[in-house]
Design a protein around this ligand. Sequence first.
Ligand SMILES: NC(=O)c1ccc[n+]([C@@H]2O[C@H](COP(=O)([O-])OP(=O)(O)OC[C@H]3O[C@@H](n4cnc5c(N)ncnc54)[C@H](OP(=O)(O)O)[C@@H]3O)[C@@H](O)[C@H]2O)c1
Length: 330
Amino acid sequence: MKAIVFDTPGDAHQLHLADVAEPAPAAPDVLLHIAATALNRADLLQREGRYPVPEGASPILGLEVAGTVLEVGPEAKGFEVGDNVCALVNGGGYAQQIAVDYRMLLKLPERLSFTKAAAIPEAFLTAFQALHWIGRVQSGDTVLIHAGASGVGTAAIQLAKLAGALPVVTASGHKHERLFELGAAICIDYHQRDFAEAVLDFTEGKGVDIVLDFVGGPYLNKNLACCATDARIVSLAALGGARVADFSMAPFLRKRIQLTGTTMRSRSDHYRQQLTADFRDKIWPHFADGTLAPVVDTIYDWEQVGDAHRYMASNANVGKIVMTIGIVDP
Ligand SMILES: NC(=O)c1ccc[n+]([C@@H]2O[C@H](COP(=O)([O-])OP(=O)(O)OC[C@H]3O[C@@H](n4cnc5c(N)ncnc54)[C@H](OP(=O)(O)O)[C@@H]3O)[C@@H](O)[C@H]2O)c1
């Protein structure tokens, strides 16, 4: 089969199509023909040699797929050849086929296209985990979502709203209109205004109950400053750098703030399967009834993978960047 590979870590122009070995499904796996995948920042880091492939994971890029079941393993339950599905995968998405444990699969409702479905798993499962499993979101909570226009951010805004929480968002100003449409209560242009001050103004000094942070070091002190008592900060990335200058424990202790770091890829298969099961149960039906929809910014053919990576690196997107692989939606 064909897959996108790179011979040495580096720029996006390294990426090219090549013949690779076909996947060898285990007994609980289904073999999928991949119709579409979506980009994640981790793909860019891995391509640059800055994201070591976890043990046992495919070295092929791509953390989410949508496609059609080609074969069903003897221990795989609930799926048939021809089913259309999507899944979070631990690498291997930039390829024509992939073997996926059946417990990771989400069956597509009738009206959900492959290109939309490919944009769901990583963004929505990450946001679901951060908001519900780690952040313990409750109706009435105020949630600060940084990088609100990112794939994960656009998912988090929708999930926060669905949970009855109030999404407070930071993003570049020209992206705000779309984020209000998704349900943001307030959008803060962090280029123009100190976000902590804006959050405290908006919450009349109380602060927020949950922070989903992707920016890291430069934001930690400000996040602490605009947290309410007993707030939860979920740290998902360090887009702005990992070092923290002038850190003070005082607000952290006084406000009893909980700070949790997490990466999806370092989680065990069992954890990801449990998370998917909970998501399938609580969230997945909302894609069929139209309450939730992935935000797809751009769709590339996989032969344009270099352009797709450069586009993501430019920070221009609102929502997900999808790549089609062979099958185009009807
Ligand atoms: N921990 C996990 O389990 C996990 C899982 C999935 C993704 N992630 C991480 O979550 C982040 C978002 O992922 P994604 O794929 O959804 O990203 P994305 O769609 O590429 O969006 C990233 C957005 O972040 C904003 N941004 C970039 N650098 C920034 C900075 N220094 N300060 C403030 N905002 C900045 C930009 O929007 P503006 O124009 O608004 O600045 C940019 O468009 C990535 O860092 C990714 O690695 C973590």
